[in-house]
Design a protein around this ligand. Structure first.
Ligand code: ADE
Length: 273
C-alpha cells in the first residue's frame, strides 16, 4: 500500500518510523512518503495561509498551494483517495480503518489553522478522486498531523503481514463481535494482593470463552450502551441474552433496547384474593 502525507510539519510524522508501522515500512508492506506542503509554495516566504473571506479569527490554508501539491501526489487522471483529517468530518471508526487498509493508494492532507479552503475538496472530487473528511473524535487538535498518525496506525496494522499473529486482530475491541474487549491478565498469578480470576488458570477452554464473553458484554453495557444497542440479536446466544437481561437490556421488535420501565400504576402488585 502507498500512503502520501502532506503537511507543513513533516517531522510530526517521524513517529511512523517506529514500532509496527516502522517495521511495515522497512519490510516494504507500506510505502509511506511524507511531503512538506511548503515545497509547493511560490513566494519567498513560502506562504501557505491567508485571512478568511467573510472575516473572522484565524487563517485559512490557500487552495493554490494545496492544489499544486495534490496534483503531484494524487494519481493523474482520477481514481485516488484523499483523506482530510478535520474535526468537522465523519467520525473515524474501525470500519474506516478496514476500508482504508484495502486501498492501494491513499493521500492524507493535514490542514492547520482554521482549515483548508473548501474549494480544494471540491476540485479534487471534480477531478475524479474520492475525498473523505474524517474526525478522530469530538475535540479540536491544532492540525491534522496527529489525526493522520492515528489513522495510519489504525489501518497500517490491518495490512497483511504487519501484526505478527493475525489472530490478535480477531477478538479485539471494535472487531466483528461489536463488543469491547474483555479484561486481560498475565503472570504473575498473584500481584499486589490481587489474583487472576481462577477460571483463566483452569485450562477449561469453553468456560474461559464464556467468562470472556460475559466480561465483554458487561464492559460494553457499562461503557458503550450505543454499541449494545447496535448489536444484532441474531449474534447473541441464550447465555448472552441472560447476561444482557441482568444488565437491563432486552430484545424487543428485533433490536436490543433498555428493558422497559414499568408503566406507572402497572407494577405487579398483590392481586386481591
Ligand atoms: N484536526 C483538528 N482536530 C481534529 C480532529 N478531532 N480530528 C481530525 N482532524 C483534526
Amino acid at each position: 500500500m502507498r500512503v502520501d502525507v502532506v503537511s507543513i510539519f513533516p517531522d510530526y510524522l517521524a513517529a511512523l518510523d517506529l514500532s509496527l508501522v516502522g517495521k511495515a515500512r522497512q519490510a516494504g508492506l507500506l510505502d509511506l512518503r511524507v511531503h512538506d506542503l511548503r515545497d509547493w509554495t511560490a513566494d519567498r516566504h513560502r506562504t501557505v495561509d491567508d485571512t478568511p473571506f467573510g472575516g473572522g479569527a484565524g487563517m485559512v490554508m490557500r487552495p493554490d498551494v494545496w492544489g499544486r501539491a495534490l496534483d503531484d501526489v494524487l494519481p493523474a487522471g482520477g481514481g485516488g483517495h484523499l483523506v482530510v483529517p478535520t474535526p468537522s468530518g465523519d467520525v473515524f471508526t474501525q470500519r474506516h480503518a478496514e476500508a482504508l487498509a484495502a486501498e492501494e493508494h491513499v493521500v492524507i492532507a493535514c490542514g492547520r489553522y482554521e482549515g483548508i479552503d473548501a474549494r480544494v475538496a471540491e476540485r479534487t472530487r471534480a477531478a475524479g478522486h474520492r475525498v473523505s473528511e474524517l474526525s478522530i473524535g469530538d475535540y479540536v487538535l491544532n492540525g491534522g498531523e496527529v489525526a493522520a498518525l492515528v489513522m495510519i496506525e489504525a489501518f497500517g496494522r490491518l495490512l497483511p503481514g504487519v501484526v505478527g499473529n493475525p489472530h490478535s486482530l480477531v477478538e479485539e475491541s471494535h472487531g466483528a463481535a461489536g463488543l469491547l474487549e474483555y479484561p486481560v491478565y498475565t503472570k504473575p498469578p498473584e500481584w499486589a494482593g490481587l489474583e487472576v480470576p481462577e477460571v483463566l488458570l483452569s485450562g477449561h477452554h469453553a468456560r474461559i470463552e464464556r467468562w470472556r464473553r460475559d466480561r465483554a458484554l458487561e464492559r460494553t453495557a457499562a461503557r458503550r450502551p450505543d454499541m449494545v444497542a447496535a448489536l444484532d440479536p441474531a449474534s447473541l446466544d441464550k447465555a448472552d441474552r441472560a447476561v444482557l437481561a441482568g444488565l437491563g437490556w432486552e430484545v424487543r421488535d428485533g433490536r436490543l433496547r433498555p428493558a422497559a420501565e414499568p408503566e406507572p400504576g402497572s407494577a405487579p402488585g398483590r392481586v386481591a384474593e
